[in-house]
Write a protein that binds this ligand. Structure first.
Ligand SMILES: [Ca+2]
Ligand SMILES: [Ca+2]
Ligand SMILES: [Ca+2]
Length: 226
């Protein structure tokens, strides 16, 4: 085999390998934040429930409520409706979303566009003083991407996910040992859902592979010229 042909084959194989590895490493798991990591000036979408139809205390619509392109829906809702003036502490503005009396379900967030979330954060509180954990699941195209729980309390506090790669967020609260779908008492309140385009930088491994790919292109070009 001619040396030039070998170099071309070698470079081609290397580029293919880099492309395969980079594709596998491109989507890092979302990063969980419990303090506000989105500068409000960088918000691209925002739902603080301030325009939600209500009678002075309760949501008068039915099903999902969408504001700023962000849809919020209660799954397995209680018959007592959504209390929009409930404020366990540190509410943003005058309205929020709380399943009155709690329910046996959870809250689902998605974009009305159907697209994936970018960086997203919100505040959550509770109507139940004994609920010390908030549980979450992130789903993409019907597949679970990430699940977990964070310390929780009644007054509104921040929870966010950085990096995108999911189109549905499910949330509930409870005592220890619960899961999203176990049907036990949920009393999670939510407000001030903010989104910005994801600013997550490529992982070092992806950048190293890209550099390797470019370097092998350089070898190929020099060999071609020779
Ligand atoms: Ca913010
Ligand atoms: Ca609000
Ligand atoms: Ca998706």
């Amino acid at each position: 085999m001619l040396p030039g042909t070998f170099m071309k084959l070698f470079a081609h194989s290397l580029l293919t390998l880099c492309a395969v590895l980079a594709a596998g490493a491109a989507q890092a798991a979302p990063v969980v934040h419990t303090t506000d990591f989105i500068n409000n000036a960088e918000r691209t979408q925002f739902n603080s429930f301030e325009s939600i139809p209500n009678d002075g205390s309760m949501y008068t619509g039915s099903g999902a409520y969408t504001e700023g392109g962000i849809s919020v829906q209660q799954i397995n809702p209680s018959p007592y409706g959504i209390w929009v003036t409930y404020n366990p502490g540190s509410r943003d503005g005058n309205r929020a979303w709380y399943p009155n009396g709690g329910d046996s379900g959870y809250t689902s967030l998605s974009l009305s566009s159907g697209l994936d979330f970018g960086d997203v954060g919100f505040v959550i509180g509770s109507g139940n003083y004994s609920h010390t954990l908030a549980y979450f699941e992130l789903w993409d195209d019907g597949a679970l991407v990430l699940s977990g729980s964070v310390a929780h309390g009644t007054s509104f506090h921040y929870l966010g996910f950085e990096g995108g790669g999911f189109d549905t967020i499910l949330l509930r609260d409870g005592v220890a040992g619960r899961s999203l779908h176990d049907g036990t008492h949920n009393a999670l309140a939510i407000d001030a859902i903010e989104i910005r385009a994801s600013q997550q930088v490529p992982e070092p491994a992806s950048m190293a592979l890209t550099a390797l790919g470019l370097a092998s292109l350089g070898v190929l070009r020099r060999k071609t010229q020779a």
